[in-house]
Design a protein around this ligand. Structure first.
Ligand SMILES: [Fe+2]
Ligand SMILES: [Fe+2]
Length: 166
């Protein structure tokens, strides 16, 4: 192989290593898998809040219905952000929700939602660390914004459940 051809081959190899040959590299694949798990829980939150809004009952139905509905736009925005990111990283977004749990009991609805919000804060904290380790600073910062939203959701539900007389 001539000198020119060898240089060209080296340049091609360097380019392939950089771009991963169009396919996401192993650690990015892990990040995409994590973001897809997060997306499945955002779908779960959208469906859960929508169904809880319809299914809640009793003297506080109107307030609870309004509260559950008020959460949905945030969760939709999170789902949109995650789906966009997954595609930007070369992945395919998941198409369904994590298993949705329903109940006719108002208190139980709030407990289910509180657990989901707290688990979500934990997942985004892990995901932000994963993004930082890959040098994905913008993603890390946006995930921290999501942590702020989900922490607020969890705190609001916690306040509703505090002193709840069953
Ligand atoms: Fe969310
Ligand atoms: Fe939330």
């Amino acid at each position: 192989m001539g000198k020119g051809a060898r240089k060209e081959k080296e340049r091609n190899e360097a380019r392939e290593a950089e771009s991963g040959n169009g396919k996401p590299k192993g650690d990015v694949r892990e990040l995409i898998a994590g973001l897809n798990e997060d997306l499945s829980w955002e779908f779960n939150a959208i469906i859960s809040y929508r169904l809880f809004a319809s299914m809640c009952s009793g003297p506080y139905r109107q307030e609870l219905r309004q509260f559950f509905e008020s959460e949905i736009p945030d969760e939709l925005a999170h789902a949109m952000f995650l789906a966009d990111k997954i595609v930007a990283f070369g992945g395919t977004p998941i198409t369904g929700p994590a298993p949705v749990q329903i109940t006719t009991d108002n208190h139980r609805m709030l407990e289910i939602a509180l657990k989901a919000e707290r688990d979500t804060v934990r997942r985004y904290t892990e995901r932000a660390e994963q993004a930082a380790a890959l040098g994905e600073v913008a993603l890390k910062v946006r995930l921290e914004d999501l942590i702020v939203d989900e922490t607020h959701h969890a705190e609001e539900i916690d306040r509703i459940l505090t002193n709840w007389k069953t």
